[in-house]
Design a protein around this ligand. Structure first.
Ligand code: RET
Length: 133
């Protein structure tokens, strides 16, 4: 079984600014955020996850259990509350974030020593790749 646990460093990010724009993130934050190289620290125990995304500017923390809906505050991002739920799609982690924004969510998966993240909001898709630290 796949284990996401570990420390991961961003190596590439595609369309992140358009994703942030779709979320309604302000200009100044977008200009700073697109320069960042965030690090993810993931702890996985069975179906329980915590994911810390840290950067020199701002950080974001989320904790969830597969299949259990939770209220997500998106603090430090767009601050819009969502009802979120994460499920397995084979070895991919798929999150649906239900709220004001259509088609909001993300998918995480691993290939080799790389972690892939696809972030979705409205008609925008951001693709990021992380490497094990
Ligand atoms: C940063 C910097 C401040 C502005 C924005 C950020 C974006 C964070 C995102 C985090 C996604 C986390 C996920 C966790 C999965 O479990 C880097 C905090 C907009 C998009 C998908």
């Amino acid at each position: 079984p796949v284990d996401f646990s570990g420390t991961w460093n961003l190596v590439s990010s595609d369309n992140f600014e358009s994703y942030m724009l779709a979320l309604g993130i302000d200009f100044a934050t977008r200009k700073i955020a697109k320069m960042l190289k965030p690090q993810k620290v993931i702890e996985q125990e069975g179906d329980s996850f915590s994911i810390q995304t840290t950067s020199t500017f701002r950080s974001y923390f989320v904790q969830f259990k597969i299949g259990e809906e939770f209220e997500e505050d998106n603090k430090g991002l767009d601050h819009r509350k969502c009802k979120s739920v994460v499920t397995w799609d084979n070895d991919k982690l798929v999150c649906v974030q239900t709220g004001d924004k259509k088609n909001r969510g993300w998918t995480h998966w691993i290939e080799g020593d790389q972690l892939y993240l696809e972030l979705r909001c409205e008609d925008q898709v951001c693709k990021q790749v992380y490497k094990r630290a």
